[in-house]
Design a protein around this ligand. Structure first.
Ligand code: AP5
Length: 209
């Protein structure tokens, strides 16, 4: 199965991708996580991406297309994968199509901007493995500590309120047009936010079946 999780920043793509990956037995590919790891490791790609990410802008298409093409060629992607945060522009979607990749489902997580802004202010992420939490909705077992790897939980720099507003504007301008792109290919499945992580997972799994 080849699946895209589409949605605004903070819509819950990473949270749902982790649940679906365990349920479906296929890997999640998150360009955000790949870029954050590159920044942490001080690679040339990371250094190039950092300024864009800190300000809530998109990283240039050619950088993303290079990263994703390389990652999808790895052996763990042979049976399928879940894309989280990519494609994010029509150019990226066209590049995937030009590489002969066809998707079975493009699930668009529909969450209002107001809910997004509230969620981002409470998000904490593991600085080691990238797992995502929310101080109220998805708290870790021990405050400030990742359930998965024991890493320290931190606030992402791009979750600052002004940067979130910018990321939402970028989403509506650059990424939302992908809904029409995939609708025209007959694979778009909008899923409304169900108010809890578990209920939203159920709604997505119902669509996939
Ligand atoms: P990226 O890391 O992909 O960020 P994003 O798309 O902005 O999405 P987020 O990771 O912020 O949110 P999410 O939808 O995964 O939500 P989450 O599950 O964490 O990208 C970061 C940056 O990298 C971009 O701005 C850009 O610069 C660059 N980039 C990455 N990919 C790129 C690309 N393809 N092209 C160009 N540039 C690219 O959930 C959010 C919070 O809500 C959490 O606290 C969670 O616990 C909570 N939550 C989740 N679901 C629920 C629920 N149902 N109810 C209550 N709380 C919930």
């Amino acid at each position: 199965m080849k699946l895209i999780l589409l949605g605004a920043p903070g819509a819950g793509k990473g949270t749902q991708a982790a649940i679906l990956a365990a349920e479906l037995g296929i890997p999640t590919i998150s360009t955000g996580n790949i870029l954050r790891a590159a920044i942490k490791n001080g690679t040339p790609t990371g250094m190039k991406a950092k300024t864009y990410m800190d300000e809530g802008h998109l990283v240039p298409d050619e950088v993303i297309i290079g990263i994703i093409t390389e990652r999808l060629a790895e052996s763990d992607c042979a049976k399928g994968y879940i894309l989280d945060g990519v494609p994010r522009t029509i150019a990226q979607a066209e590049a995937l199509e030009a590489a002969g990749i066809r998707f079975d489902h493009v699930v668009s997580l529909e969450v209002s901007d107001e809910t997004i802004e509230e969620r981002m202010s409470g998000r904490r992420v593991c600085e080691h493995c990238g797992a995502s939490y929310h101080i109220k909705a998805v708290p870790p077992r021990t405050e400030g500590v990742c359930d998965v790897c024991g890493g320290k939980l931190v606030t992402r720099k791009d979750d600052a309120p002004e940067t979130v507003k910018n990321r939402l504007a970028v989403y509506h301008r650059e990424t939302e047009p992908l809904k029409d792109f995939y609708k025209s290919r007959g694979v778009l499945y909008p899923v409304e936010d169900m108010g809890s992580v578990e209920a939203t997972s159920k709604a997505i799994l119902a669509v996939l079946k």
